[in-house]
Design a protein around this ligand. Structure first.
Ligand SMILES: [Zn+2]
Length: 112
């Protein structure tokens, strides 16, 4: 997966025609803040995470090949909207296996 794939995630999501989700999550996704695509910021964020922005990206948790992007801080907790959204500093490249793990399990499995 290349860094440009993040463009699909840097915008608010429509509540229509998306994957099956809860209405609360769909609503939070629709109003969460988002960033524009900014190559310089993305390169800086990827380098901070130890990634080469000009190569295929790795999962930040297990170092396997990245397949998607996930929010580092979830959009909603305990029914409250958080300040973080579809933003460069809150999206990390990851594999689908790690995306489906709990927040704590991801860090327990991450490379030392
Ligand atoms: Zn992974």
């Amino acid at each position: 997966m290349k860094k440009e794939d993040i463009k699909r995630h840097l915008h608010t999501y429509s509540v229509y025609g998306k994957r099956c989700t809860t209405i609360n999550h769909a609503f939070a996704s629709a109003i969460a803040p988002s960033d524009d695509y900014d190559e310089k910021k993305i390169n800086e964020a990827l380098e901070f995470l130890g990634q080469n922005p000009y190569e295929d990206l790795k999962c930040v948790f297990c170092n396997d090949e990245a397949e998607t992007w996930d929010h580092l801080v979830g959009l909603v907790k305990n029914g409250e909207l958080r300040r973080f959204g579809h933003q460069i500093g809150n999206l990390v490249s990851c594999c689908k296996k790690c995306m489906n793990l709990s927040y704590h399990s991801r860090f327990l499995n991450s490379p030392k």
